[in-house]
Design a protein around this ligand. Structure first.
Ligand code: SME
Length: 149
């Protein structure tokens, strides 16, 4: 099984191939989804005004294509400008359900110069699936994406 560092290297190399912002997002989402077995749903939201708008994703279609800032775990992470890990989504009143099978979630803001451009949102069907290694990987990936948006 690949390590988190292997995945980061793969994503760095894939992004170095070029392409526009949308391709960079799709490539990254596909790499994370295919390489990380616990990552059941992987998507990127982009900030447009006061709303997070769903961009490239892999997994079941989400009913939440537009999320106002401050709503859901996604909106909270953007408002707080920091990563949020939720070990048990059913115990978090902020959670906006995407799938009944989802048990845990991580949301990582994509930031440049202190401003939120968007975020990486990942759901897992496994409880407490996200730890420090996932946080470090995804915060590094968010930095790579910030350079491309
Ligand atoms: N669970 C998110 C909504 C997006 S879906 O997971 C794709 C939230 O609570 O903000």
């Amino acid at each position: 099984m690949p390590t988190h560092d292997d995945i980061l290297t793969e994503i760095r190399m894939a992004l170095a191939q070029g392409g526009d912002a949308r391709q960079a997002l799709s490539t990254t989402v596909a790499a994370l989804k295919s390489r990380m077995p616990d990552y059941t749903w992987v998507g990127v939201y982009l900030l447009e005004g006061n709303e997070l708008v769903l961009g490239p994703f892999e997994g079941k279609p989400s009913p939440h294509e537009r999320i106002p800032l401050g709503r859901g775990i996604c909106g909270a992470a953007a408002a707080e400008k920091s990563t949020i890990i939720v070990d048990d989504v059913n115990a978090d009143p902020r959670y906006l359900a995407c799938s009944v099978d989802t048990r845990s979630e991580i949301v990582v803001p994509i930031m440049r110069d202190g401003e939120v451009l968007g975020e990486i949102d990942i759901d897992s069907d496994r409880p407490a699936a996200f730890g420090d290694a996932d946080r470090r990987l995804l915060e590094s990936v968010a930095e790579l994406l910030a350079e491309r948006l």
